[in-house]
Design a protein around this ligand. Structure first.
Ligand code: NAD
Ligand code: MG
Length: 394
């Protein structure tokens, strides 16, 4: 068995879009013949979590929602699958001896369990970009001190990881993140002002969870990815470019000092990036759609419009300011997203709230440890709620 063949695995967030795709990849690559699933975690969808746990013979199933503990426990009675719930249950799942952990919980809720897995030396397949946006260098350091590898799963960062020549990092001039532009790519701000979450979640190319779908519409997802890229690849803010590419075929690119640009292409299907993270540095055999270039015919590119999509400007501000600006932007955006989904905040207001909170936290120094990160995150959420309240009262 080589180090790259991960037999013992855990999926944090198995019931989500990335979690389900990860289980599909595992089934394609041999299922129970080849993998031992140590733990699966979910939240509200107990039926799916139980079905998954039984299908792969997981050793443990955890719901993040404490109020659903009994439901999960009784559904798995007699199965031999251990059961736990809440924050401590997630910690237990992350602490179990899996050598490969898929971090696919959505939002900052994924940070604490992913850190636990990283600290004990697991290889981390990172879908949860919020870990890097919020904790940045501290998260990267935790993985490297644990001794595991950090393998990107986000399609753009997987593409860059694949196009980065390990011994030529000094010759990297820029990285170019592609963005589909989302469902409102050609819309005016007036058109976007009144949209509901139902409209905003309809992504033209990718099928994803609610948070990231709406983040694609506002381009906040790309904003998070710019910060994610800085921490994953150690590039300076002015080396990170974003280009809108509506077909989502080129997943991202690396530009070198000789003028060459290396790109990774594929159908918009997360299973390719997940499979690569699972078997790296080997490439797995996957049953996913193959590109048919004659049918594709063309690939389009356009400059992003930071006036219509201010999230990109905010990310650049966070990158240049440093400090706790990434954590502030992330937590404020998450809070504003919840308010938008609940119908308490307009679509365009999300960026305003994030900017207000970033300004308010401009003097907060960079986190020295994880306590600083969690304190900054909590403060940003409180400031965001205040700003949302003020707006509602106006
Ligand atoms: P999703 O909403 O479909 O799934 C989220 C998972 O997290 C589910 O298993 C859910 O039960 C769990 N969860 C939700 N709230 C939780 C909480 N408070 N505590 C613990 N667990 C909780 O999300 P997704 O689209 O699969 O995205 C997961 C992560 O991967 C996100 O960080 C997202 O940005 C990233 N990502 C997703 C895609 C994609 O195609 N879906 C692509 C790139 C990156
Ligand atoms: Mg992405």
């Amino acid at each position: 068995m080589t180090k790259s063949e991960h037999h013992h695995i855990t999926i944090l967030g198995s019931t989500g879009s990335i979690g389900c795709s990860t289980l599909d990849v595992i089934a394609q690559l041999g299922g129970r013949e080849r993998f031992v699933v140590e733990a699966l975690t979910g939240n509200g969808n107990i039926a799916l979590l139980c079905q998954q746990a039984r299908a792969v013979g997981a050793r443990m199933a955890v719901t993040a929602d404490e109020s659903r503990y009994l439901e999960l426990k009784s559904a798995l009675t007699g199965s031999g699958i251990a059961v736990a719930a809440g924050e401590s249950g997630l910690q237990e799942a992350a602490a179990r001896e899996a050598e490969w952990v898929m971090a696919a919980i959505v939002g900052t809720a994924g940070l604490a369990p992913t850190l636990t897995a990283a600290r004990r030396g697991a290889d981390i397949a990172l879908a949860n970009k919020e870990c890097l946006v919020s904790a940045g260098a501290l998260f990267v350091e935790a993985v490297s001190q644990g001794g595991g590898r950090l393998i990107p799963v986000d399609s753009e960062h997987s593409a860059i990881f694949q196009a980065l020549e390990e011994d030529q990092r000094h010759a990297v001039e820029r990285i170019i993140l592609t963005a589909s532009g989302g469902p409102f790519r050609t819309w005016s701000r007036d058109d976007m002002a009144g949209v509901t979450a139902e409209v905003a979640r309809a992504h033209p190319n990718w099928s994803m969870g609610l948070k990231i779908s709406i983040g694609s519409a506002s381009m906040f997802n790309k904003a998070l990815e710019m910060i994610e890229a800085k921490h994953l690849f150690g590039v300076a803010p002015d080396q990170i470019e974003v280009i809108v590419h509506p077909q989502s075929i080129i997943h991202s690119m690396v530009g070198y000092t000789d003028g060459s640009v290396l790109a990774q292409l594929g159908a918009p299907d997360m299973r390719t990036a997940i499979g690569y993270a699972l078997t790296y540095p080997e490439r797995p055999v996957l049953n996913v759609e193959r590109l048919d270039f004659a049918r594709l015919a063309r690939l389009d590119f356009e400059a992003p419009d930071e006036a219509r999509f201010p999230a990109l400007r905010l990310a650049r501000t966070a990158l240049t300011r440093g400090g706790l600006q990434g954590a502030a932007m992330n937590a404020a955006e998450e809070t504003a997203f919840d308010a938008f989904v609940d119908g308490r905040l307009g679509f365009l207001d999300m960026a305003d709230i994030a900017e207000t909170v970033m300004e308010r936290m401009i003097d907060w120094p960079a986190a020295a440890d994880m306590n600083d990160v969690f304190a900054g995150d909590a403060a940003a959420r409180r400031f965001a709620l205040e700003a949302i309240g003020t707006r509602a009262a106006a």
